[in-house]
Structure formats: C-alpha cells, structure tokens
Write a protein that binds this ligand. Structure first.
Ligand code: AMP
Length: 637
C-alpha cells in the first residue's frame, strides 16, 4: 500500500485502521470500542480492552525468544557491559515488582524513579507496569528543586533511586539531592528503595530507606503475575516544561500507548524481532520511555541501554568511536540519537566512522531539536545509511512528522522532519486569526486536530482543566492541539519546524522552561529581576542566557562583583535545577525591556542576542533597555 493511502485510511477510517494496528499486541480481553471521542478534546482508545505493557514487552516473548538478548546494558562510566535475555529480564522485573509490592505498591500508586542509566531503572519501570503502578521517571540530571516539585505533584508512595550517576568520569551523588528534595516537598514518600553502585556513600533514613540488594534478595525467585489493566488506565506520567514555572505531568494510557509503539516500531522504525535497537537517549526523557524501554521490547528486539558520553571508551579513555564499536559488536539495525550528539561526534576523527563494520545498520533516526543540514550531510555521508529526522514531543509519545519507510520507502528532505504520520491531522494555522494556512511556505503555528491518535497524552496529571486550557485553547475560536512550534509546509507537503512559539528552550535536545530558570534565579537574594532567553548555539542548538537586574546597582559598574555574582547565580541554578539549566552567561543590566503593560519582551531580547531584528517595538516602555543589551553583547543596531 502506498503511504498516501495508508495515511488517508488512518484519517478517514480511524476505527478500522487502529483496530488493525491493535492486533500487533496481546490483549487479555480485546477492546470493545476502538475510539470514543464523545468528550473532546479527551479521547479514549480501545475501551473495554485489557492488557499490560510489561506483558507485551517481556512475558509474551518468552515462548519464542526466552534466551535471546532483551536488554544490553553498557556503561563507559563504570566500564561494564552486561546482556540480559528475555528470561533473565523476566526474573529481574518480577523481583523488583515483588519488592515494590512488599512496600505496599499496587495498581494506581505512583512510584517516582530518579535513576541513572542502569538496567535496574528499566527493571523498575517494567515492574511498575507489571503491577499497574504509575511510574514517574525524573531525569537524573535534575537537581533538588526540580525533583521536589515533581515529588510534590506526583505524590509517590515509593521513590526508587541510586547512590549516584556518573558523567565523563565525574560522580554525581543522587542521594543528597533526593534527601533535600524530600525535605523541600510537603509530600513525603513512605519508602525509598536505593540501588547502591558503590560510587558514592549514602546515609540511610531509618524506617524509610531500603538498600535494594538485601531487600530484593528476599524476593529472588518471586513470581508476580501481570495485573491486567484497562486500556484506558494510566501507565505513567512524565514531567515536561511549558510556559509557566510549574512543570506539567504528561499522562499516558496503557492500551493506546502499547498499540502506538508497536505500530511505530513496524511502520516507522522498521525494527524486527531478534534484532538490536540502540537509542542514545536517557530514560528520563520521553524517547527513553518509548524507544529505550517499551518500543523495542514490545517489538521483540534487544534494546541497548548506554550510560556515558559519546566520546568515551569502555576502558574509560577518550574514544569517539564507541557508539560505532557497539553497533558492530551488537549488530545494531536501528539507531536513535539527537542532532547534538552528532554535532559532538563531528569534532572527532571522521576515520572513526569507517573503522567498524556498520553493515547491520539500516537507519539512524534523529530527533529532539532541529537537524541542521551540515550535520545531517556529515553523518549521512559518514554512515552511508538513511538519516531519518523525526519531530515529536513528550506529549505525543511517538513521531508526529517523519517518513514511514516500513510502509513505503519515502525520500527524506534535508531540513525537514518529514510528513504527517498516520493518525495525525497536522495543520498550520495563523497565530492570531486561527485561519488555516493552506499555501506553501506560509508560516504559522503547527497544530493537531482531534481526535489525537493512540499513544498521545490523555491529559495533564490531576489537571484536566490545565490540559484543555494550555494545549487546546491557544488558537482563537478553534479546539485544536497546539504544538507551540512555528512551522511551514512546502509545496510537496513536507513540514519544516522553525522554533517554539512559547518560552520553552531546547538545550542539547532537552526541553527546558525559561520560567523555571527565572524562578530559580529570582530566588537569589542579590537579584531584583531577571529574564532568561534561549540563544542559538552551534553545538547545543540553544543555550540559556540570563539578564539580571541586581538589587545593588553598584554591581553594574564593578566587573569583579559582577563576575562573582554571575558565578553565584550559575551555581544556584545548577544546584536547584541541574547543570543542564545553568545559563551560559549571566549579564547584568539596569533595566529589562518590557512593554508598557509590564510584560517582559523575551523575544526581543532573544532577537538582539542572535543579531536579528527585534521586530515591532511600539509597545516598549524604555527603548534604552534593549540598547543596553546590545552594547553589552557588542551587537550593532
Ligand atoms: P520534548 O517534549 O522534550 O521532546 O520537546 C519537544 C520539542 O522539541 C518540540 O516541540 C520541538 O520544538 C522540538 N523538536 C523535537 N523534535 C524536533 C525535530 N525533529 N525538529 C525540530 N524540532 C524538534
């Protein structure tokens, strides 16, 4: 079937289309109703059906591939490498599930996972899925304040963590950050389960903290059956940044997610059972949920979990060829990474791309941020396999725009992530009138018309109203889902993404809210006011830059005091939110550019930082404010 016909069917006959896709997974009871869209914008997929993500990822493969690799854990931080077969994974997951159950975890309870990229993190996610508990994975690079707000919102019964993560040989102790986060949160988890890697000492809180090794030993050979869940039950929440300082818990279902992933593995990633999938992302991000843990396993593939830099070998010495070495060794057929990682590799000796036998590899998928043409060409020439850009969001759970080579080979276009995927009614609307822009190359907001396909977020955790108001009411007069991305479509239907319409920035493929960073900075005693903007960066895509009005005006004329305060502000952000959010620079100014009604002109600041025209400034209160920023940065008017 041509992709055009496949797509058309998904839009014109969604029930028939998705009923077909639903056969890709195991159901305990088959769905009664494929699509229920009686309460827009809420959608229910596969109501009446019961299934389980862990069953589909692990148990159902035991009959045919129990002794085949399921999870390959490689850490160039600790120099370790271990393969778990489906049978072994089944055992590990049940042990953790039994341990969690012993701590009182059952269906619907939240388990917050704050862990580095170790196999135990995947065991824990799958154990939650097995029990019907809702996991909330928090990226290990986040620090205590970010973690505290997530604990507060998720109200977990149990937190699962580890002594430490490691990055480039530098140990990052997690336990003190977790203890501080629990101290800051009004919600206190009943128990904390801790995996000890022997990297950092841990002080244990009596009665609350349990060391995983002795605790789980009691459950060594436990048998824990999968809890059958309604397709519409909640599988997990994952927090993401938006326009406000408060992160949103993106909530996902069970059945729709399982079907969406199974379908995407077939139609988009073209990954086959018995092969190896390697995603370089982290379990703390949506890519890690969909395409490190659940997607590949549901497809019966082995998934390679990697802890470490792209430029570090197993002997912990610099090695820019480590990923290609792993592709050769584990016969990886499908690989998934981010443009930033490729830009890092581009600085390495290109001969490293030719050193290994990469003939197993069929495609490299890149997502998370715009893929620039030089980067795409460099890696495409080096690997000699298709480079497939794909555009999606935490909210969607799987690609919105790309090409579905599993359905029909479709050429990619440099600079474009591709065309709408089956199930997605993607449109471009005028920002203020909401009118659909049908012409080629007309810039507008990229939106999705309901019903959103399986796998798409159900709602914002505990906050249906926020879901509707934030995502579905931003375009006047229309109930459509806004991606908050600008985009255009060319005459052949290929889309191009042109950056965010809101205050979200994208640092090395990681989404951060400038408001969260501003809140952290404005908490500093010497700061009166602050604006944070994302500024284009050759390596990371974007970096955060802060403009601060100091309480003490003397800082403005005192270079040494300014440098000291810049250091303090940077440290505060790194300590509270994590190193990722630390601004690349903190500039001190006397006044921030605002409109007469007091709104910060972040976009104008950003434009000035990037040497662009700040646009219409008729509403600016004080034009000197922008002039000062120009002078600071040495940019011409
Ligand atoms: P996240 O929710 O962290 O996955 O971030 C989603 C955002 O990242 C999108 O709204 C886009 O702004 C950006 N993004 C993701 N993938 C792409 C891509 N392939 N091309 C351009 N931007 C992307």
């Amino acid at each position: 079937m041509s992709y055009a016909a496949f797509y058309r069917r998904s839009i014109e006959a969604p029930e028939a289309f998705w009923a077909e896709q639903a056969k890709l997974i195991d159901w305990q009871i088959p769905p009664r109703q494929i699509l229920d869209e009686s309460r827009p914008p809420f959608v229910q997929w596969f109501a009446g059906g019961t299934t389980n993500l862990c069953h589909n990822a692990v148990d159902r493969h035991l009959a045919q591939r129990a002794d085949q690799p399921a999870l390959i854990a490689v850490s160039t931080e600790t120099g370790t490498e271990r393969t778990y077969s489906f049978r072994e994974l089944h055992g590990e997951v049940q042990r953790v599930a039994a341990g969690l159950a012993a701590l009182g975890v059952g269906k619907g309870d939240r388990v917050l996972i704050y862990m580095p990229m170790i196999p135990e993190a995947a065991f824990t996610m799958l154990a939650c899925a097995r029990l019907g508990a809702i996991h909330c994975v928090v990226f290990g690079g986040f620090a205590s304040v970010s973690l505290a707000s997530r604990i507060e919102d998720a109200t977990p019964k149990v937190v699962v963590s580890a002594d430490a993560g490691s990055r480039g040989g530098k140990v990052i102790a997690y336990k003190p950050l977790l203890d501080e986060a629990i101290r800051l949160s009004t919600h206190k988890p009943g128990a904390v389960l801790l995996f000890d890697r022997g990297l950092a000492p841990m002080g244990l809180v009596e009665g609350r903290d349990h060391l995983a090794a002795p605790f789980l030993e009691k459950h060594r050979d436990a048998r824990v059956p999968c809890t059958w869940l309604d397709a519409t039950d909640i599988s997990y929440t994952i927090y993401t940044s938006g326009t406000t300082g408060r992160p949103k818990g993106v909530q996902r279902d069970v059945g729709g997610y399982a079907v969406a992933l199974a379908a995407s593995m077939k139609h988009i990633f073209d990954g086959r059972a018995g092969e190896t999938y390697f995603s370089t992302s982290d379990i703390g991000w949506v890519v890690g949920h969909s395409y490190i843990v659940y997607g590949p396993l549901i497809a019966g593939m082995a998934t390679l979990m990697y802890e470490g830099l792209p430029t570090q070998g197993l002997n912990r010495q610099p090695d820019g060829g480590i990923w290609w070495q792993l592709v050769e060794k584990y016969q990886v057929t499908v690989m998934f990474s981010a443009p930033t990682a490729v830009r890092v590799l581009k600085k390495q000796d290109p001969a490293l791309l030719k050193k290994y036998d990469l003939s197993s590899l069929r495609a490299l998928f890149l997502a998370g941020e715009p893929l620039d043409e030089p980067t795409a060409r460099w890696i495409s020439d080096g690997l000699g396999v298709p480079i497939i850009d794909n555009y999606w969001q935490t909210e969607s759970g799987w690609p919105i725009l790309t090409v579905a080579n599993g359905v029909e080979r479709t050429p990619s276009r440099f600079g474009s992530p591709g065309i709408p995927m089956y199930g997605y009614k993607v449109k471009i609307l005028h920002e203020s009138t909401g009118e659909e822009l049908k012409g080629a190359n007309e810039k507008g907001v990229v939106v999705i018309e309901g019903p959103t396909p399986p796998g798409f977020m159900q709602t914002v955790w505990k906050d249906d109203e926020r879901f509707v108001n934030t995502y579905w009411k931003s375009v006047p007069g229309k109930l459509v889902y806004s991606t908050f991305d600008w985009g255009i479509r060319d005459e052949d239907g290929y889309y191009y993404i042109l950056g965010r319409t809101d205050d979200v920035i994208n640092v090395a493929g990681h989404r951060l809210g400038t408001r969260e960073i501003e809140e952290s900075i404005s908490g500093h005693a010497k700061v009166a006011e602050v604006a944070v903007v994302g500024v284009a960066d050759a390596l990371k895509g974007q970096v955060a830059m802060a403009f601060v009005v100091p309480r003490d005006g003397a800082v403005l004329g005192d270079a040494q005091a300014a440098l000291a305060l810049e250091g303090e502000v940077m440290k505060q952000v790194a300590d509270q939110l994590g190193a990722l959010a630390r601004p690349s620079r903190v500039h001190f100014v006397g006044v921030l550019p605002k409109t007469r009604s007091g709104k910060l002109l972040r976009r104008a600041i950003q434009a000035v930082c990037e040497g662009r025209d700040p646009g219409d400034l008729t509403t600016i209160e004080d034009p000197a404010a922008l002039r000062q920023i120009r002078q600071l940065l040495g940019v011409q008017e």
